[in-house]
Write a protein that binds this ligand. Sequence first.
Ligand SMILES: Nc1ncnc2c1ncn2[C@@H]1O[C@H](COP(=O)(O)OP(=O)(O)O)[C@@H](O)[C@H]1O
Ligand SMILES: [Mg+2]
Length: 238
Amino acid sequence: MSSILEVRNVDAGYGKLQILFDVNATFEEKGITAIVGPNGSGKSTLLKTIMGFTNVYNGKILYKGRDITGKPPHYVSKQGIAYLPQVGNVFTTLTVRENLRLAGYTLPPDEIEERMKWVLEFFPVLKDYLDRKVGRLSGGERQMVAMGMALIRDPDVMLFDEPSANLAPILARKVVSEVKRLRDELGVTIIIVEQIVKLALEIAEKAYLLVSGSVRYEGDAKELLNHPDFGKMYLGIV
Ligand SMILES: Nc1ncnc2c1ncn2[C@@H]1O[C@H](COP(=O)(O)OP(=O)(O)O)[C@@H](O)[C@H]1O
Ligand SMILES: [Mg+2]
């Protein structure tokens, strides 16, 4: 396996407020990497930094060997990296069809229809809701719409920020298994931030533990579950 995305010695933050400190991370092509850590440790900031939403003071971000440090989000997204933010990832007053169309608006019109068919083949459940307003769907179904919207541009890498947030446990598991299916069936490289650490570590091969904006652990996802400090940090985990 070779790496598709690399974060090298990155210091980053918002304006003058530094959040990430000398972060190094390597993401394998077609791999699933989990980013875990306590609240406020910088997990979302790391994803936002890859997408170009933050200020990078030092270090580099390399995608397919090319330097994308400091590039704006629309540029990064065009290169093939899709980002699913934790909130506000769907338009609730629009229908599923309208959401998917909107997500593909930069594609040629005939291609949008083709891509839409392809997305619906991958998420057949959405076929039944095409003309329904997203605001009327359940949380789990909304996440499926958000994933479909990201998928419509056929990305090579997908960044997920807590896709299971606010979902009942059984739905959380379902959504995370759909994330895994994106890799297993379509070969998408996945980077997933999750509060339900156990769920993420179950589907991931590799994991990073972020604490106070620094990488505390890098390695095998399953080994992290047995890490001596793991329990101290995640007392709530069953
Ligand atoms: N837009 C922002 N402007 C300033 N500070 C922010 C912003 N977003 C997040 N932060 C701060 O960055 C730190 C890390 O936040 P975040 O990356 O969201 O953590 P996590 O996702 O691990 O919970 C927190 O202290 C948070 O208050
Ligand atoms: Mg977060």
